[in-house]
Design a protein around this ligand. Structure first.
Ligand SMILES: [Fe+2]
Length: 195
């Protein structure tokens, strides 16, 4: 099955320009296209897997990079739809956040986002232990907590902030990310996976 790029209804963002968003969305569409291309090539190369062994193994290695780039950007852009909304302290998410992080979640997550190197700060929910796991995925296909759903995704690749804030502007961009974040979207995700 071919994947189709999703569209997002995004408001104008504070500290993340329309031009930056436009370029970022084009990049997202590139992940979808590349995932489809690699998937088709794998089928083609598998027809003579002995001859194409090296090419095939490289495609297999790179395919999750494209898939994870596609899905994480979908999670990322959806978080800005309908405009900024603060976390509702009385929601299930707000209560769990308070239980695990007290008032320090944002500070903690910003520290993960400020780690060196391209990647993503991610918040997962572990249904089995009934707790959050926050972590950093290098690029986007490494360091995941397998089987856990992502409920919050912060892109900290340079392309997310270079245009608006320069190469040293990651901290400013992360502040802008939280300023524009619609916590209502994260609350809904949390409700969905915990019901
Ligand atoms: Fe990105």
């Amino acid at each position: 099955m071919e994947y189709t790029p999703k569209t997002f209804t995004l408001p104008s963002l504070d500290g993340i320009s329309a031009k930056s968003v436009e370029e970022h969305l084009s990049l997202y569409q590139g992940y979808v296209k590349n995932f489809n291309t690699i998937s088709a090539k794998m089928v083609e190369y598998a027809q003579d897997s002995e001859k194409n062994a090296h090419a095939l193994s490289e495609l297999i290695r790179r395919r999750s990079f494209e898939f994870d780039g596609m899905r994480l950007h979908e999670i990322y852009f959806a978080q800005f739809e309908d405009g900024a909304k603060e976390l509702d302290a009385n929601s299930a998410l707000g209560q769990q956040m308070e239980k695990e992080y007290r008032q320090h979640f944002t500070e903690y997550f910003k520290a993960i986002g400020n780690m060196r190197g391209p990647g993503w700060a991610l918040l997962y929910w572990d249904k089995e232990a009934k707790q959050f796991l926050a972590g950093f995925s290098g690029e986007q296909h490494q360091g995941h907590f397998v089987t856990l759903p992502v409920i919050l995704a912060l892109d900290v690749w340079e392309h997310a902030y270079l245009l608006d804030h320069g190469a040293l502007g990651k901290t400013k961009y992360i502040d802008a990310f939280f300023k524009n974040l619609n916590w209502g979207v994260i609350e809904k995700r949390f409700e969905e996976i915990t019901k």
